[in-house]
Design a binder for this molecule. Sequence first.
Ligand code: CMC
Length: 389
Amino acid sequence: TGAVTFDPGFMNTAATTSAITYIDGDAGILRYRGYPIDQLAENSSFLEVSYLLIYGNLPTPSELENFDRRIRRHTLLHEELKGFFGGFPRDAHPMPVLSSAVSALSTFYQDSLDPFDDEQVELSTIRLMAKMPVIAAYAHKKSIGQALLYPDNSMNLVENFMRLSFGLPAEPYEMDPTMVKALDLLLILHADHEQNCSTSTVRLVGSSNANMFASVSAGINALFGPLHGGANEAVLNMLRQIQSSDMQPEDFMEKVKNKEAGVRLMGFGHRVYKNYDPRARIVKATAHEILSKLGGNDELLDIAMRLEEKALADDYFIERKLYPNVDFYTGLIYKAMGFPEKMFTVLFAIGRLPGWIAQWREMMKDPQTKIGRPRQLYTGEGERQYPMR
Ligand code: CMC
């Protein structure tokens, strides 16, 4: 009731209070539960960060061990859920496969759907954390026509995911600790980012008291878009396009500045960071380190660095406060690890999962929560009389 405020894209409307993630976009600060992202990136693990986001504090060693053990125990997928993967076309993008399979968890695990039963919420939390990486790896395996391996619960979540993605049934999988560490770091950097598009989607869907699997599945679909999580894949496509044409990075920049056919410099710009994205700084350093160790494609990295250098010195980007975001360099690292482009956004989804879960749980416990229901400014016809015929 009363006057309606018009705020397309929610540029300055807070839809919730939250105690999970703090961002100061002008100062380039990001903290999870008060801990600066660079300290977590340097010292923590994805599992520990997941615990921190979901439960509010860093775990004690025994709490972490317990969390880890419970996740390991829930990695198996219902055999019939595995049948889903054969039902999609071979060239399907793994993001909709992931969101469909996560949505289907509501049908296979009906004993953990009540958002107001603490034990059920806990069980669905562990199930999602354990099963989503497995689903993601299976989506990849299916797309390349390889067998689905069973999870090996002697491994932690990230190791298991690597083995399920790259291992073969007939030979032992040799884990590369450099890759595991790099992936773990990237997952930490993606783990939460307050009320971004996919997290707001998780909250909006959950605000109707929809279950956690349904809400997270909706978040995955929101993440798929190229302006959000899909940007990491779009960056690599852009770099390849520049590489394979005779275009110089400078020519591409002209197209972007002239807004030719809506061409944007993918991996640049952010709704909140107007100074720099602190995650991008960490990723850039890691990209150099990893690509020199794993032997990535230097030419694409060179193109990316030239684009960045040009953009940072160009009035168009300076005036609009456009800086590289987290997705600008991640694709190059994922690629060096052996993931195809289509998997990049899936990796982002695995990283963002603890954030989605934490935000959904926070909302369900918040007495201020109301069903999300934005207003509108109506611009259509006034009343018209239906013609008598
Ligand atoms: N390349 C060229 N111009 C840009 C870009 C870009 N990447 N980003 C914004 N602009 C321009 C835009 O055209 C507009 O110019 P003008 O004022 O002349 O119309 C101005 O900058 C403001 O842009 P906006 O679209 O109003 O800003 P926004 O806050 O609504 O959008 C964004 C933020 C991230 C969607 C946008 O910067 C973008 O499309 N970036 C490319 C896609 C991308 O990298 N997304 C990943 C975001 S970070 C991780 C994640 O959320 O998943």
